[in-house]
Design a protein around this ligand. Structure first.
Ligand code: BJW
Length: 254
């Protein structure tokens, strides 16, 4: 991709007063975390993530579902943020230093944005690192990584199965996360959508919503998505390569 491809989106980023970034699993791919729709490997190769990430699967087979999530909890804890996460943390610092506002909305449950230095990202789909009682919703603390839960499903002090604090298909997103998202989207003049297949709602609708509000939009993804035809600029490639380049171009010393 030549420098010319970055010129317009980089200028838009530098001039934006209110920036929203929406991330998906692709941003963590180069940390070694498989994307949600990647084929699963090893023991989990025969399972479909879309079938496991549901309240129905947990009710039917809590042992299987909690084993899968604990496998992912320990996998995420063993991974490090990559250049894409670090670039987004820098983007926040640069925009805020210029007096602008910056909001990071993530569909990821891996906690890597916080570990990379992003301030208070909105975790739309929760976190695999925190767990709660499935009956009372009170937090239940998992063993520190790399220790797995001793039993599956883990049982909360209230005597009910514990579950990861993530949002499954058919469940409502956390109210405060939605409120913060819509408040940021309403006033935003630039939205970046990074590493998401744009098929899971409500996050998949954010690009259309912002485009309708007159914001400019940038998609960073190696592949087309159902939202690609709606974006102002599509930057095709891996986020760990594209984001550092975009930011270097936008915020290089004048
Ligand atoms: C790279 C890369 C690199 C690769 N660099 N990029 C409207 C229309 C139709 C359906 C619905 C609708 N509204 C709601 C629904 C139903 C449903 C839904 O959207 N279904 C669709 C599948 C059709 N939505 C819901 O159920 C939501 N709930 C809801 O709306 O509730 C309403 C309600 C209100 C009141 C009461 C009750 C209910 C909840 C959705 C929750 C989604 N949860 C999951 C699981 C979380 C836990 C877990 O991780 O296990 O979240 S599903 C899964 O998808 C996960 C992800 O966050 C999410 C998005 O996936 P993502 O991040 O985009 O990953 P991938 O794998 O799909 O894509 C990776 C991308 O990266 C690809 O594009 C690659 O090309 C790219 N990539 N390498 C950059 N290096």
């Amino acid at each position: 991709m030549d420098d010319q491809t970055f010129a317009q989106p980089a200028t838009a980023l530098r001039d934006a007063r209110s920036v929203v970034v929406l991330t998906g699993a692709g941003v963590s791919a180069e940390s070694g975390i498989p994307t949600f729709r990647d084929t699963m490997e090893g023991l989990w190769a025969s399972f479909d993530p879309q079938q496991l990430a549901t309240p129905e699967a947990f009710a039917r087979d809590p042992e299987l579902v909690t084993r899968w999530y604990d496998h992912r909890r320990l996998g995420c804890a063993a991974c490090e943020p990559n250049a894409g996460h670090l670039a987004l943390a820098r983007m926040e610092r640069e925009i805020c230093a210029l007096g602008g506002s910056f909001t990071l909305l993530t569909q990821n449950v891996d906690g890597l944005h916080t570990r990379a230095g992003s301030t208070d990202p909105v975790e739309l789909h929760g976190s695999v690192m925190t767990w709660r009682c499935s009956q009372t919703n009170r937090p239940v603390t998992p063993p520190p990584p790399p220790e797995p839960w001793p039993d599956f499903p883990p049982i909360s002090p209230a005597g009910a199965p514990a579950r990861p604090d993530v949002v499954w298909f058919g469940e409502a997103l956390p109210e405060t996360a939605l409120e913060r998202s819509f408040a940021a989207l309403e006033s935003c003049d630039l939205l970046l959508s990074v590493g998401t297949s744009s098929v899971v709602y409500p996050a998949a609708g954010f690009i259309e919503l912002d485009a309708a509000n007159g914001a400019r939009t940038i998609e960073v993804n190696p592949q087309d998505t159902p939202m690609s035809s709606n974006v102002t600029w599509a930057l095709r490639g891996k986020s760990a390569q594209i984001l550092p380049r975009l930011i270097a171009e936008a915020f290089r010393a004048q």
